[in-house]
Design a protein. Structure first.
Length: 113
């Protein structure tokens, strides 16, 4: 199963979704701003991504600064912040076969297939 954490207002997210569907891959689309992942799902996504929490964090979002977060903040705090403020989650995230990739650039997700 393939899932994309998608924000239709984001051009990279739209491009990544189009790239997948153009290749015949029909992912489950999770509108993560309306259906935020819980902490366990974020930790699982990070494990599939093989990266620390900061790699999934949108550090330019106002909430990042407002919450007093930094690139040195511990993973548990960052995961909790993403669960509470899903706009902090970098997009798009594609999950497939126990692995994950960020669609930045969109073509980065293709090595999952």
């Amino acid at each position: 199963m393939t899932t994309i954490w998608h924000n239709p207002r984001c051009s990279k997210s739209r491009e990544t979704l189009a790239l997948l569907t153009d290749r015949g891959i029909v992912p489950t689309v999770r509108l993560y701003l309306q259906d935020p992942p819980i902490e366990a799902e974020i930790r699982a996504a990070l494990g599939a991504l093989g990266a620390p929490a900061i790699a999934l964090m949108r550090t330019n979002e106002a909430a990042f600064k407002d919450l007093g977060l930094t690139v040195d903040t511990d993973d548990a705090t960052l995961v909790a912040a993403m669960a509470g403020h899903p706009a902090l989650i970098e997009r798009p995230l594609v999950l497939h076969g126990g692995r994950a990739r960020l669609g930045r650039p969109p073509e980065a997700v293709l090595d999952l297939f």
